[in-house]
Design a protein around this ligand. Structure first.
Ligand SMILES: CC(C)(COP(=O)(O)OP(=O)(O)OC[C@H]1O[C@@H](n2cnc3c(N)ncnc32)[C@H](O)[C@@H]1OP(=O)(O)O)[C@@H](O)C(=O)NCCC(=O)NCCS
Length: 255
């Protein structure tokens, strides 16, 4: 029997442990991009606990408003002690999700209007490539993470295998954004093709102190959009990637 197993999350019993695991994963090493999506302030125990609580409220709200089939949350459990070793939050969009009203996160944990404006513009840039290229049914791997104590056991690969198998059964392409360069080769081994590195630099005509403070707190913000064709079946030189005919994104991935 293998030590780790992939299961569906029960949001009402697993949420706190899972979010604790997610926050710990993104703090090790610290990834500022995570702060676009999560209310983390500070690195002490208190800030961590507070962020877990706020994030749990956000997710329960999101979970309850999602349609039955589009939102999936998987966990990997260590069968030796029952602990959650990692999680993958993903969406199965059987129709083009951009045709409906997209339910964006409201960053209301930032008290200043200029801070919220910065975050919303940053989120738009983050979502830009997927919005541009995935105007169709697809599987979206939103957030994947593995607790630092459980890394290098192939756990993220287990999640990807699980989700891409489902995507292939449904005949759907898959999209994700890697927030770390070390994720790119891992995802490539699962059939994903990287688009070039993207930077998030929200623009404003009035870069006041509040705006500059956000830049200072969060920069650099980088990510790597990645696309997986049906069955991971891609042939070099065949121009069928979503961005193949788009000069804006044609250059090779800058890793
Ligand atoms: C990025 C991340 C998800 C990787 O998770 P992971 O489960 O450690 O990844 P895997 O074990 O599948 O693969 C990582 C490496 O371990 C290797 N590995 C896999 N199984 C192994 C084993 N049994 N023994 C030793 N090494 C192993 C893999 O081959 C891979 O090697 P590489 O360094 O040569 O690429 C994890 O580091 C993480 O959670 N980071 C913080 C959050 C984050 O960045 N999430 C991704 C956002 S897109």
């Amino acid at each position: 029997m293998t030590r780790f197993k992939v299961e569906e999350v029960d949001p009402f019993t697993d949420l706190e442990e899972l979010l604790d695991c997610q926050l710990t994963a993104f703090a090790s090493p610290d990834q500022s991009i995570y702060r676009l999506f999560c209310p983390v302030f500070g690195n002490d125990k208190h800030a961590h606990k507070d962020a877990v609580k706020r994030k749990a409220e956000m997710y329960l709200k999101h979970y309850e408003s999602s349609t039955e089939h589009d939102f999936v949350w998987s966990k990997v459990t260590d069968t030796e002690n029952g602990k959650i070793a990692g999680g993958l939050m993903w969406n199965i969009f059987k129709t083009n999700p951009w045709k409906q009203k997209v339910d964006h996160i409201n960053p209301d944990w930032y008290s200043e209007e200029r801070e919220r404006e910065f975050i919303l513009k940053a989120m738009d840039i983050f979502n830009g490539p997927r919005k541009k290229y995935m105007q169709k049914p697809h599987v979206y791997l939103d957030t994947g993470f593995v607790h630092p104590e459980y890394r290098k056991n192939g756990i993220i690969t287990m999640f990807l295998t699980h989700a891409t198998k489902k995507a292939d059964e449904l005949g759907l392409e898959v999209w994700l954004e890697s927030s770390v360069p070390m994720g790119v080769p891992i995802y490539m081994r699962c059939g994903f093709i990287p688009l070039q590195q993207q930077s998030i630099q929200p623009q404003t005509s009035n870069p006041d102190d509040a705006w500059k403070a956000m830049e200072e707190k969060l920069y650099p913000l980088k990510f790597w959009p990645m696309w997986r064709p049906l069955n991971g079946d891609y042939m070099e030189g065949m121009a069928h990637s979503p961005w193949a005919n788009c000069s804006e994104y044609r250059e090779k991935s800058n890793l």
